[in-house]
Write a protein that binds this ligand. Structure first.
Ligand SMILES: *[C@@H]1O[C@H](CO)[C@@H](O)[C@H](O)[C@H]1NC(C)=O
Ligand SMILES: *[C@@H]1O[C@H](CO)[C@@H](O)[C@H](O)[C@H]1NC(C)=O
Ligand SMILES: *[C@@H]1O[C@H](CO)[C@@H](O)[C@H](O)[C@H]1NC(C)=O
Ligand SMILES: *[C@@H]1O[C@H](CO)[C@@H](O)[C@H](O)[C@H]1NC(C)=O
Ligand SMILES: *[C@@H]1O[C@H](CO)[C@@H](O)[C@H](O)[C@H]1NC(C)=O
Length: 570
C-alpha cells in the first residue's frame, strides 16, 4: 500500500538558499552571454533567435534540410480537402462525420475542429481558411457550453489553440489582415474567458481538477455516467479520481497564458494540479513514475497502474516540455528535469520489453508495456508511440545518449506495428510475447487470427482500429528534425500513402475498423468519426516532415500534446 503523508505546496516553495543559487546562476549566465557576445564573430542573421535551445540537427548536407515540396503539397491539399468538406457540411459543429457528412457535438459545441486545426492552417499558409476560422473563433461564447466540460480536453484543444494563435501572430507568422492587434486582443480575451470558466475545476482540496465542470452552475462535477457506460470495467472509488495525463497536462497552456497576460493565477493553478505527481509523497517503487489514478480529494494514489501509455502519457511529456518553456528563474525547473529523467530511465528499465522472435518472423522489436499492480500488461497502445519523440527531445535537450538509443529503438517498434499491418497502418493496440518474463505476461494469442499474426509478424493486434491518431508521425517528425536521418521522412511517406488510400472519404478522412482487413471490408471499413486531432496534429506533423526544417523550428517552438506550438520565450 502506498504510504500516505500530508502534502503541502509550502514544502516545494523555494528557500533562501535556493534563491541565492538562482541569483548566482543568473550572474553566471549573464557573464557567459556577455563573453560569448564579444568573442564570437558577428554572423548572426535576423532569423537566428535570441532565445531558444539547440534541439534540431544542424550538420545538414546536400540540402537535405530543404522541404520536399511535392509531398508537402499533397499533405497540404489533404488539409484543404478536410477543411472545405467540413466548411460546407458541418461548419460551427465540433466535428464532421466523414462518411455520412453529418455533424457531431463532441466537445461542448464550440467548433472544436475550427479551433484545433487553426494553428495547422497558419503554418501551412492557408489564409482564406484561417481567416474564416478566426472569424468563428472570436464569436464563440466560452461561458456557455453544450454538456459538461472536460477540463483536460478543453485545455489541450481549445485553450492551447487560442494561445498558440496569439503566439504565432506575435511571431509575425500570420498576416495582419487576418489577425490585427485588435483581433489579437479578442483572441487573448477568449483564452482568458475560457480559462476563467474552467476555474471551478480546480476547486478541490488538493487543486487536482474535477473530471468535469458544469458551466451553468460553475461547479466541478464527477465523471458523467456515459464514461462508465463506455468503459464498464472502469473501477469506481469513493471520491472522484483522475489520471496523470488529465491532471498533469495543463502547465504548458497555462504558462503561456500567464506569459501573455501577466496573470500568475493560470500557472499557479496548473502547478497545484500536478504537484501531487511531481512532488510525490507516496512510496512508489520506480523513481519518477507515479501510481495512478489519484483521489482528487486526498491526492492519494488509489490504483497501482504505472506506465507511459494512454492516460499517463502527456504528464511525462509536459515534465520535459515545461522546462523548455519556463523562464530560467522558475524555482521548479530542476525538479521537473530530475523527475522527467527518472521517469524516462524507469520506463527503460522496467517497461521496455523486447519481443521474442516468432516462427516465421525472426526479428525482435522493442515495445513498452504497462504495469498494473503485479501484472505486466504486454500491450502497447498507439498513443504510446508519442514516447520516442518526447524521449528524443529529452535526449537532445538534456544530453542523454542512452535515451536517444532507447527512443530510436521504440520508434522502430512503432514502425513495425505499421509496416507489418496489411494496410500499412498501425493498430490502436498490439501485443507480443516478451522475450524475458514470458510466463507473467497477461495477454496471450488465443484466437486463430492472433496466432497467425504472431507467427508472421511477431506481434498481434489487440485492438485493430485506427482512429486517425498522430503519435507515430509525431515521433517521426522529432526523429527527422533531431537526427537528420532521411529514413524517417520515408517512413512518414509510407504512412501517408496508406492513409490517402484507405482513410479518405467523401466528406474528409475517417478512421478504420480493422487495419488488418481493410481490403475485404470495402466501404464498411470506416468509422464515421474524424476527431479534431486529425487537423491539429496528424496533418500538421505529416506536413512538417516534408517542410523546410526552419518551419516550426524545434529550437524556437515547443509543441503541446495537441500539436499546438508555443514560443520558447523565457
Ligand atoms: C552529398 O552528395 C555527394 C555527391 O552527390 C555524395 O557523394 C555524398 O555522399 C552526399 N552526402 C550525403 C550526406 O548524403
Ligand atoms: C447536424 O446534425 C443534425 C442531426 O444530427 C441535423 O438535424 C442538422 O441538420 C445537421 N446540421 C447541418 C448543418 O447539417
Ligand atoms: C447557450 O447555448 C445554447 C445552445 O448551445 C443556447 O440555446 C443558449 O441560449 C445559450 N445560453 C446563453 C446564456 O447564451
Ligand atoms: C448543470 O447542473 C444543473 C443543476 O444541477 C443541471 O440541471 C444541469 O443538467 C447540469 N448541466 C450539465 C451540462 O451537466
Ligand atoms: C484557480 O483555482 C481556484 C481554486 O484554488 C479557483 O477557485 C479559481 O477559479 C481558479 N482560477 C483559474 C483561472 O483557474
Amino acid at each position: 500500500m502506498p504510504r500516505f503523508r500530508r502534502y503541502g505546496i509550502a514544502s516545494v516553495q523555494k528557500n533562501p538558499e535556493s534563491s541565492f543559487k538562482v541569483i548566482a546562476a543568473v550572474i553566471v549566465i549573464v557573464l557567459y552571454l556577455l563573453i560569448k557576445e564579444f568573442s564570437s564573430p558577428k554572423i548572426r542573421t535576423k532569423t537566428v533567435p535570441t532565445y531558444g535551445a539547440h534541439i534540431q540537427f544542424a550538420e545538414w548536407q546536400n540540402g537535405t534540410e530543404k522541404g520536399d515540396p511535392t509531398k508537402a503539397e499533397k499533405v497540404r491539399n489533404a488539409m484543404k480537402y478536410t477543411f472545405w468538406k467540413y466548411r460546407e457540411n458541418a461548419w460551427g459543429y465540433d466535428d464532421i462525420k466523414p462518411v455520412s457528412g453529418g455533424n457531431a457535438t463532441t466537445r461542448n459545441g464550440w467548433g472544436a475542429f475550427i479551433v484545433d486545426s487553426s494553428t495547422t492552417l497558419a503554418l501551412m499558409g492557408l489564409w482564406e481558411e484561417l481567416a474564416a476560422s478566426v472569424q468563428h473563433i472570436i464569436s464563440i461564447d466560452f461561458t456557455n457550453a453544450t454538456g459538461p466540460v472536460d477540463p483536460f480536453e478543453t485545455t489541450i484543444r481549445y485553450l492551447g489553440g487560442l494561445v498558440s494563435l496569439v503566439d504565432l501572430s506575435d511571431a509575425g507568422l500570420i498576416p495582419t489582415n487576418i489577425i490585427n492587434p485588435e483581433t489579437r486582443e479578442i483572441l487573448l480575451r477568449q483564452a482568458t474567458t475560457l480559462a476563467m470558466s474552467l476555474g471551478p475545476a480546480y476547486d478541490t482540496p488538493t487543486g487536482m481538477p474535477w473530471p468535469r465542470v458544469n458551466f451553468s452552475t460553475s461547479l466541478g462535477e464527477p465523471d458523467p455516467p456515459s464514461v462508465y457506460l463506455e468503459n464498464p470495467d472502469k473501477p469506481r472509488y469513493k471520491n472522484p479520481v483522475i489520471g496523470p495525463a488529465r491532471t498533469g497536462s495543463a502547465i504548458l497552456e497555462n504558462r503561456v497564458l500567464t506569459r501573455l497576460t501577466g496573470d500568475a493565477i493560470y500557472t499557479i493553478n496548473a502547478t497545484k494540479a500536478w504537484a501531487p505527481l511531481v512532488w510525490n509523497q507516496w512510496l512508489t517503487p520506480w523513481a519518477g513514475m507515479v501510481d495512478a489514478p489519484f483521489d482528487i480529494v486526498t491526492g492519494e494514489p488509489v490504483g497501482r497502474q504505472r506506465h507511459w501509455d494512454g492516460g499517463h502519457d502527456s504528464y511525462y511529456e509536459y515534465l520535459l516540455k515545461v522546462t523548455l518553456l519556463s523562464p530560467p528563474h522558475d524555482p521548479y525547473i530542476d525538479d521537473y528535469k530530475k523527475r522527467f529523467l527518472e521517469a524516462a530511465y524507469s520506463l527503460r528499465t522496467h517497461l521496455a520489453s523486447r519481443s521474442a522472435p516468432a516462427e516465421q518472423h525472426m526479428t525482435q522489436h522493442l515495445f513498452i508495456a504497462k504495469q498494473d499492480a503485479q501484472w505486466l500488461i504486454n500491450k502497447q497502445g498507439h498513443l504510446a508511440c508519442f514516447a520516442p519523440g518526447t524521449l528524443l527531445l529529452g535526449s537532445k535537450y538534456l544530453d542523454q545518449r542512452y535515451l536517444r538509443t532507447f527512443a530510436l529503438a521504440l520508434l522502430e517498434g512503432c514502425h513495425h506495428a505499421y509496416t507489418s499491418s496489411p494496410s500499412k497502418i498501425g493498430p490502436e493496440a498490439w501485443s507480443w510475447l516478451p522475450k524475458f518474463g514470458y510466463g507473467d505476461a497477461v495477454h496471450q494469442p488465443f484466437t486463430e487470427r492472433s496466432q497467425r499474426e504472431l507467427a508472421t509478424t511477431g506481434i498481434w493486434m489487440t485492438d485493430p482500429h485506427y482512429k486517425l491518431r498522430p503519435e507515430y508521425v509525431e515521433s517521426l517528425f522529432y526523429a527527422w528534425r533531431i537526427t537528420g536521418d532521411l529514413r524517417y521522412r520515408d517512413w512518414a511517406w509510407e504512412m501517408w500513402v496508406a492513409i490517402e488510400k484507405y482513410c479518405k472519404t467523401d466528406y474528409g478522412f475517417a478512421g478504420l475498423r480493422d487495419v488488418g482487413k481493410v481490403e475485404e471490408m470495402g466501404g464498411h471499413r470506416w468509422i464515421d468519426e474524424q476527431q479534431s486531432f486529425w487537423g491539429a496534429e496528424t496533418l500538421k506533423y505529416m506536413w512538417l516532415v516534408f517542410s523546410d526544417t526552419k518551419v516550426a523550428d524545434l529550437d524556437q517552438w515547443v509543441f503541446s500534446t495537441e500539436g499546438h506550438l508555443f514560443r520558447m520565450i523565457r
